[in-house]
Design a protein around this ligand. Structure first.
Ligand code: SAM
Ligand code: SF4
Length: 441
């Protein structure tokens, strides 16, 4: 039996894909191991969204090759880097990769590994498919509290900075029936929370069924107590979806709404197809439906030609919206994207650094203020693990709004819902204590 070790980089979609890969391999007789040293085959499931993600993987392959020099271990690259950099990866003699496999070819992994074993040559398949949705592969999850479910794959949006449409191909939605079957099985296995994944869940459609329909259907499954989803695109947030999020008690009151930039000219260059005003109107609309909705975002600073005054629009939107948290990135030019072809990466690194520092400082202040408002509240928390931040005497879980809550342990276990009174807050976490009665078993 061959032993496989898989490392996952990047987004939740990659986490999910690793579970698909595990499933394909286990079905073919492979054993999944948790330590690289036990493995005959090492796979890196990679991300290509920013250059630092790429570099991390190159460094890791070099370290692995160096460490295993002369060992009969196979090393392969999966995921977005496979599609984007197949040629470079295979031509780099120092890496000596055995296989390179893109996101739509995981079912062929056992065959490709055999090919390498039989021929002694490296193998690859980075073909993108319009149809592959892995509906027939049940992900091999390793326990946990939350289960990811990809409801769609690929993306048709072509935001000019983004490599995803090239590395993951065209958008395709899985059938609601298939998704609901997966969610029911998860509930039977004891998962209490599912997160529905797609690059733009608003554009989910299968025949005449849309994402709002899907959320409603998943919420009818006994045992599933919390449903999260990521991400919707601000350009086409449907009203009926907003009604479901605001009104359905199982759907968490958290919307991740990637802004990317505050200035309308820059948004146009990014092909985001909404303006600063459209975004602010959407946020007002969300808050009209549900005033306490937790709203988080992604922002890119230093997109080509973004001027100092245009950057001030991003500050302005952050001050107006008061996001609960934000992932803020420096623009990273990606080979093959529309921006890389049309717009030279002309914002100096020092300017990008200055802007990211300013935004992070501002967001920290806002997050702290927002988190402090929760002090004194009683919240329902789903326990995820021992606290990684404080001590083994504490539990860490998440509230409905996806905020991390840390509290001293009591006689509960991972996966329990508990009632916690919030006693303190930092920009990143809430702290609290268990309030006697339990919410649900
Ligand atoms: N589909 C999701 C969406 O539209 O929100 C996001 C997918 S992407 C994997 C996650 C985030 O990475 C984006 O929201 C964006 O902020 C950031 N990102 C994507 N391409 C980037 C680039 N070239 N440079 C810097 N950040 C980038
Ligand atoms: Fe990339 Fe835009 Fe698609 Fe998100 S919506 S994956 S940012 S192209």
């Amino acid at each position: 039996m061959k032993k496989v070790y898989i490392e996952t980089y990047g987004c939740q979609m990659n986490e999910y894909d690793t579970e698909l890969v595990r499933s394909v391999l286990v079905k073919d007789g492979y054993q999944i191991v948790e330590r690289e040293l036990e493995a005959d085959i090492i796979m890196l499931n990679t991300c290509s969204v920013r250059d630092n993600a790429n570099r991390k993987v190159y460094n890791r392959i070099h370290t692995l090759r160096h460490f295993h020099n002369g060992d009969p271990v196979m090393i392969g690259v999966l995921g977005c880097m496979a599609t984007n950099f197949r040629q470079n990866l295979l031509n780099d003699k120092n890496l000596k990769l055995d296989f390179v496999v893109g996101p739509d070819s995981y079912k062929r992994l056992p065959q490709l590994i055999k090919e390498v074993q039989n021929t002694g040559k490296s193998a690859y398949d980075v073909t993108l498919s319009e149809f592959e949705d892995y509906a027939d592969v049940y992900p091999h999850r390793q326990g946990g509290i939350n289960a990811w479910i990809a409801v769609m794959r690929g993306c048709n949006n072509f935001c000019t900075f983004c490599v995803v449409p090239y590395t993951r191909g065209r958008e395709r939605s899985r059938s609601p029936r298939n998704i609901i079957q997966e969610a029911k099985r998860l509930a039977e296995e004891g998962f209490k929370q599912v997160t529905l994944l797609g690059q733009n869940v608003n554009s989910y459609h299968y025949e005449e069924k849309d994402f709002a329909y899907l959320l409603q259907k998943v919420s009818q499954i006994d045992g599933i107590q919390r449903i999260r989803f990521t991400s919707p695109h601000p350009k086409d947030f449907p009203h009926d979806l907003l009604h479901v999020v605001a009104g359905n008690p199982k759907v968490c009151k958290h919307i991740h709404l990637p802004l990317q930039a505050g200035n309308t000219r820059v948004l146009n260059l990014m092909n985001r197809t909404y303006s600063k005003e459209d975004y602010l109107t959407l946020v007002d609309d969300i808050r009209d439906h549900y005033p306490e909705m937790i709203i988080t975002t992604d922002i890119i600073v230093g997109f080509p030609t973004e001027s100092d005054s245009e950057f001030e629009d991003t500050i302005d939107i952050m001050e107006k919206v008061q996001f609960d948290s934000a992932f803020i990135f420096k623009y990273s030019e990606r080979k093959g994207t529309i921006a890389a072809r049309r717009h030279p990466d002309d914002v100096p690194e020092a300017t990008k650094t200055h802007r990211i520092v300013r935004l992070n400082e501002l967001q920290n202040e806002i997050s702290l203020q927002k988190n402090r408002r929760h002090v004194g509240e009683f919240q329902e928390v789903l326990i995820e693990q021992e606290s990684t931040r404080k001590s083994p005497h504490d539990f860490q879980g998440r509230n409905d709004g996806n905020k991390i809550v840390i509290f001293p342990k009591a006689d509960y276990r991972k996966g329990d819902f508990v009632r916690v009174q919030i006693t303190d807050a930092t920009p990143n976490v809430l702290k609290g204590k268990i309030a006697n009665e339990e919410f649900a078993a």
